[in-house]
Design a protein around this ligand. Structure first.
Ligand SMILES: [Zn+2]
Length: 269
């Protein structure tokens, strides 16, 4: 499976995964139809499936036109999405594409919105297969986990988002993180304010700046890098607890308070 990050709208990404050998593809979060259709035409590939992580229009607005171009495409979306003909999926649901070559497992990841789901792809067989091909492990996580950060709370609670991020954190370290926006540089500026002495974070900031200077996407990252540098995945680290304490003017009572303090700080950063 080869995944291409296709820019759309102002700073969105549509992710298109192509079958090895070509011909078929999966499209994640088509916020705009034209760039996805142009990519697929150029690749000579037909959309076999469309993945929808949540119902914000910058992730769904291209769906109608994309389906008109590829009427056979199966749409997987959150339960009760209201999308006509879509298959509603929730926690633990599995499906496969490319005649079973790639399996997907659905994780419910509320917080950014209440209905938000993420799709974990595993090319090794089933979604839980620890012996699978590492290079094919990919997470399509919309606006839940960002490279270096996480989504705003626009419908879910801090506790929901904290639990969703903890769930994603249990995925293998080599899992590639395909998120919905190019927000990495700003996210890492905030991360540095929270953890100025994190050496791995400082190194990542340099790598990301070099990519952006060349106009290249910073997506995907890998889960291991996120766990080492993303403050929202580090709620139990002393440094992050201390940063939250500074915001609250008292020690946070639990990881939910640590998360909420960081998220509020970032909202105004
Ligand atoms: Zn969103």
């Amino acid at each position: 499976m080869r995944v291409t990050v296709v820019p759309a709208l102002a700073d969105n990404y549509i992710h298109i995964a192509e079958e090895e050998g070509g011909g078929r593809a999966i499209v994640a979060d088509p916020g705009e139809a034209a760039p996805a259709i142009a990519f697929l035409k150029n690749a000579n590939a037909a959309a076999e499936a469309v993945l929808i992580t949540h119902m914000h229009s910058d992730h769904t607005a291209g769906l109608g036109e994309l389906r008109r171009a590829f009427p056979a495409a199966v749409v997987y979306a959150p339960a009760n999405s209201g999308i006509a003909g879509a298959i509603g999926v929730g926690e633990g649901d599995c499906f496969s594409v490319f005649d079973g070559a790639i399996s997907f497992r659905v994780l419910e990841t509320p917080g950014h919105t209440a209905e938000h789901i993420s799709f974990f792809a595993n090319g090794g067989g089933n979604g839980n297969n620890a012996g699978g091909d590492d290079s094919n492990r990919a997470l399509f996580c919309g606006d839940t986990l960002f490279c270096g950060g996480c989504g705003r709370l626009l419908g879910g609670t801090a506790k929901q988002m904290r639990l969703s991020l903890e769930k994603l954190q249990t995925l293998p370290g080599e899992t590639k993180i395909y998120c919905g926006h190019e927000y990495t540089e700003n996210n890492l500026k905030f991360a540095l304010a929270a953890e100025p002495d994190n050496a791995e974070l400082r190194a990542r900031i340099k790598t990301v700046a070099a990519l952006r200077a060349k106009g290249m996407p910073t997506v995907p990252s890998a889960m291991a890098a996120e766990k080492a540098t993303n403050p929202f995945l580090r709620l139990r680290e002393e440094t992050i607890i201390a940063a939250a304490q500074k915001q609250l003017n008292r020690p946070p009572r639990d990881p939910d308070e640590t998360f909420a303090a960081l998220r509020k700080w970032k909202d105004n950063f």
